[in-house]
Design a protein around this ligand. Structure first.
Ligand code: PLP
Length: 344
């Protein structure tokens, strides 16, 4: 019997290392990274910091840890972070800012890429002995729950001005900032100079099995080493993983354009079913809105799964598809055939 290949569109985290990546991992020189003696980790950290024009970067096991270290570097205990209500740092990091960082968070309504910079400025609390001191603003590029939306550079520059005026810091959750760079052509250094701390993931669209980095000034990243160890993220001969990330940056960054084109193909093919606003699909995320459909999201998910297509079910009427390294054109056509068949 011919092997039936499952088309897994649930997330871009499901990719498996390629043969080339595994070869790079096997060949990696390693050392004890808690002593900062792993040459492959050190090289990756330098490479990524340089890409964003930051002084230093630190390798972490997850994006959540990179974000939380970034926030702890900027916001002292008992002080306040502003972000949108759908931000990964407040929805998907299990309350870590509060539980581990003692950070108070206040959110503005989630509007993905349409941030009202003036409204954010108005949220900053006045200095004095009454209010929680506002210390930092966090944004997400691209925006995960915002359907992979790309924040316009002008919005980010506006937030930087707000931060400078109010003497706040700016953190970017850049788990998918690579996608924004490829979609909008904004240089990574242009993004980098706008933020005091930036986190990036190697294990999403770039296809590494594990790994994120947090970057900032040399002084901050020196302190980040201590915070990472406290969080249990001090790793040893981790160059085998850094080598995967280094390989991903060399071989899998430019090809994100293919993932974006495939997401657009999916969106345009599914638009007639009334579940996708194709004009809003800019990167590798295709949000599905099933409010006007005969079937709900869990039913669509279950029926598609029986047919070898995996869809993310986020709510009774909300689903999501993500394109990535392990889905080719044939997989996309298969998914379109299965999903349009179930929806029409
Ligand atoms: C995936 C992701 C992260 C990091 O998630 P981990 O699972 O902790 O690596 C952070 N921010 C966003 C927006 C993400 O999509």
């Amino acid at each position: 019997m011919a092997e039936v290949r499952v088309v897994d569109l649930r997330s871009d985290t499901v990719t498996r290392p390629t043969d080339g990546m595994r070869a790079a991992m096997a060949a990696a020189e390693v050392g004890d990274d808690v002593y900062a003696e792993d040459p492959t980790v050190n090289a990756l950290q330098e490479r990524v910091a340089t890409m964003f024009g930051h002084e230093a970067a630190l390798f972490t096991p997850t994006g959540s840890m990179a974000n939380q270290i970034g926030l702890q570097l900027l916001v002292p205990r008992g002080e306040e972070l502003l972000c949108d209500a759908d931000a990964h740092v407040v929805t998907y990091e299990i309350g870590a800012a509060a539980a581990l960082g003692g950070i108070s968070t206040r959110t503005w309504p989630a509007v993905a890429a349409e941030i009202d910079v003036e409204a954010v400025a108005a949220m900053v609390r006045p200095a004095g002995y009454h209010a929680v001191p506002t210390r930092a603003i966090a944004v997400e590029q691209t925006h995960n729950r915002g359907g992979g939306a790309v924040l316009p550079l002008s919005t980010l520059e506006g937030l930087r001005r707000v931060a400078d005026t109010a003497e706040l810091f700016l953190h970017c959750d850049g788990a998918r900032i690579w996608h924004a760079h490829i979609a909008d052509g904004v240089p990574l250094q242009t993004y980098g100079r706008l933020f005091d701390t930036v986190s990036v993931c190697l294990s999403k669209g770039l296809g590494a099995p594990i790994g994120s980095l947090v970057m900032g000034s040399a002084e901050r990243i020196e302190h980040a080493r201590l915070l990472r160890k406290r969080l249990g993220g001090g790793m040893r001969q981790v160059g085998v993983l850094a080598a995967a990330g280094d390989y991903a940056l060399t071989h899998h960054l430019a090809r994100l354009a293919d993932d974006h084109a495939r997401a657009r193909r999916l969106a345009e093919a599914l638009a007639p079913c009334g579940i996708v606003d194709a004009a809003r699909v800019r990167t590798n995320v295709v949000p599905l809105d099933l409010t006007k459909c005969a079937i709900d999201a869990p039913t669509l998910g279950a029926l598609a799964r029986e047919r070898g297509v995996l869809v993310s079910v986020l709510g009774p009427r909300v689903g999501r598809l993500l394109t990535h390294l392990d889905v080719d054109d044939a997989g996309i056509e298969r998914a379109i055939e299965v999903l349009t068949g179930l929806l029409t």
